[in-house]
Design a protein around this ligand. Sequence first.
Ligand code: ADP
Length: 390
Amino acid sequence: MTVLVINSGSSSIKYQLVDPESGASLASGLVERIGEEIGHIEHKYNGEEINIDETIPDHGYGLRKVLDLFDSVGPKLADANIKAVGHRVVQGGKYFSKAAVIDDAVQAKIEELCPLAPLHNPAHLKGIEVARELLNVPHVAVFDTAFFQQLPAEAAVYALDREVAEKYEIRRYGAHGTSHKYISEKVSEILGRNDLKQIVLHLGNGASVSAVVNGHAVDTSMGLTPLEGLVMGTRTGDIDPAVVFHLQRVAGMSTDEVDTLFNKKSGLKGLTGDNDMRKVWERADSGDANAVEALEVYVHRLLHYIGAYTAVMGGLDVITFTAGAGENDDRLRAAVCKRLASFGIAIDDSANAVRSKEPRTISTEDSSVRVMVVPTNEELAIAQQAMELI
Ligand code: ADP
């Protein structure tokens, strides 16, 4: 039994064929530059990688090509026993607190939510439409916001005029929920305990923190959109909203220009010129003062959230690092944890230095809080949620 997981973007489709029971990834690939002059398809199966460059006019053409590749390169669709297609959907708004089998009504709701996720939901819909046409199995939408849909009001409500907030559905929706749910459940499973106060640090190119008590999210750093919160690869994270008015009034920037500045040209990229944490460390190591400062700002913001969420939860049992930088960057983890020494948190430097794809504990025996590294796997989480639902 397998699930085909699809993440459809505005000009790309990422896919992975997953065995939800063993967790194995059986094939994966990417269609990119859809609608451009020359598109690209990459299909990986059995250690082999097929690359095709050709014009891909639309998502339907791209997905049809991918299905052809399954049959010509493998694994053959007839043998793959696909039970469901799991679609990643960024915004589920107020409607979805868990995954949903996609029928016309669900599809209409995803469409209705486009104004809240103008870059993402329309792109997901393109993938959903063509996949439903081409693959005659149940299709399941797994929402990035679902894990945070039940956030307590104290965390979800912005101190904004109530009428305006209600009319325009402005609240904290969060994002990366599939990863935060997967990681917090994995930690519970590994430790054999549900009664845990957890902080999950998802530190990829996009980055977010969540506070999870007894399996329920009680706070998260991303807000109406994924712009709020931590310093990210290219996004500002938290910033005084008055900076927007200032740039519009004083610099004459348009709304779209500020949007692009905050989402694409800020964060580590804005501070150093590079959005990749590895490059930022290289710059810092070679004496680049801006990179040193950027790392300090990045860690400082993380400390803000760890302190705040510990207070919100009234205690803390586990901090877990995940995603690209969280899983691979031992210096970053050490920089954060060393600053938490006054709370009795201590990491074992040799355990922290281990590179592994396995979940692991990096705190010392007598650390007041367990510190873990747990690799995230959003595709597997989507496949499992899809399978559970059907
Ligand atoms: P996303 O899914 O948000 O694109 P990932 O979770 O794959 O991102 O994380 C990608 C980021 O992880 C890279 O941009 C890089 O900053 C960081 N990263 C990956 N490997 C390392 C490493 N060895 N050291 C530091 N950072 C790393």
